[in-house]
Structure formats: C-alpha cells, structure tokens
Design a protein around this ligand. Structure first.
Ligand code: UDX
Length: 435
C-alpha cells in the first residue's frame, strides 16, 4: 500500500519506518528540510534502539523515502497518517491543535482521489469531526474518510511495541476504510495483535483514557510506596502481590520518581481540559496530576533528610537524567525539578547520562556533565540513581566513589537493600521501609 506519514517526529518516523518494513511504500514528509536531508542519508534525529538499521534497510529496498514536498507526497499516496505534534497550549492545559488543522487545510487542497486520512497523533475527542469539516470545504464526502488510529508506542521500546502491539484501535464507521486498514495491519494481526474497530470519537478517547490510567497506576504505587516507607514494608512485595491479580496486572507498578515524558503529563492535562469543555469532572485524574507534581518535592525532601539538611557544597551525582531509561528525551523529566533546586541550594551536581550532555542544565553554574560513570561518582557525597539504564544495575560503588562514606539513593530500586547493607554501603531506595 502507498502510505504518507506527515510529521517525522517520534510517532511518524517510527510508524512510517515500521510500515515500510512490513512491505508498504512509505513517504515520510516534514517541512524541516535539514531533518529530511539527514534522514535521506540515514541520520536519525531521535534516539530509538534499532531504528537506524530499519531506516537504512528500507531506504535500500526503495520502500522508504523522505520528502518535504507535502502536496506531491499526498498525491502519490492512498493512506495519509497525520503525525504532527499536539503539545500543551502555552499558558494553558488543552492540546494545541494548530499543526493538525494546518495539515487538514493542506490536505483539503490535494485530494486528487479517494484517500484515508488518519490521525495517529494524540488528539482530543471530536478533532476528527473538525478535520472532516475542513476537508468538506473543498471536497465532496466520497473523496475521503477521516479515521482515528492512535499509537501506543513507548520510547525506547517503540519498534517492539509497533510489531507486537497489545491492540490496534481503528476508529471509523466507514466500511471501505476499515477493510483497507485491517489489511494494512494484517501482518501484525497474524502475529496475535487484537484489532478493535470503534467509533472515531471512542478511538480518540481510548488513547487519553489509557495514558491517564497508566499515569494513575504509577501515581497509585508511588503513594503506596510512601506508606511502605513509614511502615517498614517493601513496596516491591506489594507490586508483586497486587500485580498477580489479573484484574490489576503487574506492569506499571514500579515505584520511582514522578512520571514524565512526552505523553503522560501532556495527556492527563488535555483530557481534563476536554472534560471541562463537556462539563465533566475527572477528579481522579486531577489528583493524579497533583500527586505527581508533589512527588519531586517529596523526593527532594528525602535528599535533604539523607544529607542532614547540609546541602551546600555537597557533591551530588545523578546517574541518568532523562525521564526514563533507553531514551534521550528530557521532556518533563523529574531531574528538571530536582537538579536546579539542589543547585540553588548550593550543591555541586554532576550527572552522567548514557545519551550525553543536556542543554537543559547548561546555564546552571554548579551543574556539570560527567563523561563517564566513574568520573561522575568519584568523591561523591551522594549518588542518586535517577533512571533504570542497564549500565547502572551492577556498579561497584566502593571502587567508583572512592570515599569512606558512600551514600546511595536509588530512586528506581535497582539494588537489593540486603546486599547493600552486606557491602557496608549507606543505601536508600523508594518505598522500602525508610525511616
Ligand atoms: C507512554 C505510553 O506508555 C505509550 O503507550 C504512549 O503512547 C506514549 O506515552 P512513554 O512516555 O514512552 O510511553 O513512557 P512509559 O514507558 O510509558 O513511561 C512513562 C513514565 O512512567 C516514565 O517517567 C517512567 O519512568 C514512568 N513509569 C513507568 C514508572 O514510574 N513506573 C512504571 O512502572 C512504569
């Protein structure tokens, strides 16, 4: 099939490349010419394990191409995926849909034959209706179908999530489009993916409801972890015990820092904004947002407690600063709250991240990027394990820190407290009986 992905950000690029790998002819379009030139030469603008290999293979097989000519790319394709960003509106909480509607206007001028127009970007309920209205200003109804097909790709796991999705949601009442899309996804359905056909509005809401629910699950276990700390219980036992109940499920029950990333913070705010528009109170999601906001302050307070409130001139080492492992993405990472605050209090912060230097900290004079784990940890007063990269899972702290007093605050519970005590290390983690 002939596909056009509009927008080569995370969603568009990963989905486009994976669709081409399934044998489709895919054009990925972006107005950023520099990006397009780089992609044509196999240079990938995002960090996603395995993606560069797939890009090179499919360019070579002539199934994948990159262009900044939107009109031409639309004309050559039968299925158009809108994959542009829907960030939070500046100074507000709803999704900024200017890019989506801009693309819809461009599309309305280029429908030379029947095309399926699909929103893959996360868009609020009724956005599909609006796109349809825009297309109808210049085209008759039989020239297009507007469908919602949300993505559920996790950064760092995106290729696996594309190839082995739990479900494929297609929101459309148009029979012809449903048949074509079921066919497009047939290689994944054959491998066991569930294909669910819903109304367009339902598909739009499924995406927000899923992300809000996952954010709730994480926030829930983080609050339970707070209780575990006061009652000398290991929260990992709680996650296992709860997770074995199939109605609950074991995933997304890892306690840790505040959740971050490009989706959960943005989508929880946006669904509340949609609910406000329809005069509905989503009180649970509102408290999730508040609890997650409080979480970074709570962990900061724990740091102050661990250091007996003597922060000035303390060498604090962060292992990992992105919002989670296997990504270079800093968006809404809890380190963005914690590191500046520690720096303001006079700490000397050094960080090591497998994905390198971060612009976000360049203006803080006591924040330094270390080039290696050993450089980051040497003579440190406090080691903070902030993300769960494999690189951080079996470190010899005594050899690396070279300090008599080694203090570790493991925000991802990567190590066993018993093992750390055996090694004579002062070790703190999350939700494991901290007093
Ligand atoms: C998320 C959704 O999972 C994906 O389906 C959606 O389409 C995009 O948003 P992503 O933002 O890449 O994916 O990251 P995810 O792996 O979901 O983690 C989000 C946040 O939750 C991270 O900060 C992570 O550290 C945190 N998290 C996740 C936990 O704290 N505990 C968990 O058990 C799981």
């Amino acid at each position: 099939m002939k596909l056009c992905m509009i927008g080569t950000g995370y969603v568009g690029l990963v989905s486009g490349v994976c669709f081409s790998d399934l044998g489709n002819q895919v054009i990925c379009v972006d107005k950023d010419l520099v990006k397009i030139n780089k992609l044509q030469n196999g240079i990938i603008p995002i960090y996603e394990p395995g993606l560069d290999e797939l890009v090179k293979r499919n360019i070579k097989n002539k199934r994948l191409s990159f262009s900044n000519d939107l009109k031409d790319s639309i004309k050559k394709s039968d299925i158009i995926f809108i994959c542009v960003g829907t960030p939070t509106k500046k100074g507000g909480s709803s999704a900024d849909l200017r890019q989506i509607y801009g693309v819809a206007k461009d599309l309305s001028k280029s429908l030379n034959k029947f095309k399926i127009i699909i929103t893959k970007s996360t868009v609020p309920v009724t956005t599909g209706d609006e796109i349809e209205k825009i297309l109808l200003t210049k085209n008759s109804k039989n020239k297009f179908a507007v469908v919602s097909n949300p993505e559920f790709l996790r950064e760092g796991e995106a290729i696996r999530d594309f190839v082995y999705p739990d479900r494929i949601i297609v929101g459309s009442n148009d029979k012809k489009s449903n048949k074509i899309l079921k066919n497009l996804y047939s290689p994944l359905i054959a491998k066991g993916a569930k294909y669910v056909n819903t109304s367009r509005r339902a598909a739009e809401l499924i995406k927000y409801a899923s992300n809000a629910f996952l954010a709730t699950k994480i926030t829930f276990i983080n609050e339970i972890a707070n209780l575990c700390e006061k009652t000398n219980i290991n929260v990992d036992d709680i996650s296992i015990g709860m997770g074995l109940d199939q109605r609950i499920g074991s995933r997304f029950l890892r306690a840790g820092p505040a959740y971050g990333g490009s989706c959960f913070p943005k989508d929880t705010k946006a669904i509340i904004s949609t609910a406000d528009k329809f005069k509905t109170n989503l009180s649970i999601i509102k408290s999730v947002i508040k609890s997650n906001k409080d979480r970074s302050n709570l962990l900061l307070k724990r740091i102050y407690g661990i250091l007996n409130n003597k922060i000035k001139n303390k060498k604090i080492s962060f292992l990992g600063v992105t919002f989670k492992a296997n990504t270079d993405d800093m968006r809404d990472s809890s380190s963005l709250k914690m590191i500046p605050e520690l720096s303001r209090k006079g700490a000397k912060v050094q960080y090591y991240d497998p994905t390198g230097f971060k612009e976000e900290f360049k203006n803080y004079k006591n924040v330094r990027n270390a080039k290696s784990i050993s450089n980051c940890l040497e003579k440190s007063n406090l080691v903070i394990i902030h993300t769960e990269w494999n690189d951080f899972k079996s470190l010899d702290f005594k050899r690396l820190v070279k300090n008599k007093k080694i203090i570790i605050f493991d925000m991802r519970n990567l190590y066993s407290p018993q093992e750390m005590i055996k090694k004579n290390l002062k070790y703190f983690s999350v939700g494991r009986g901290f007093k």
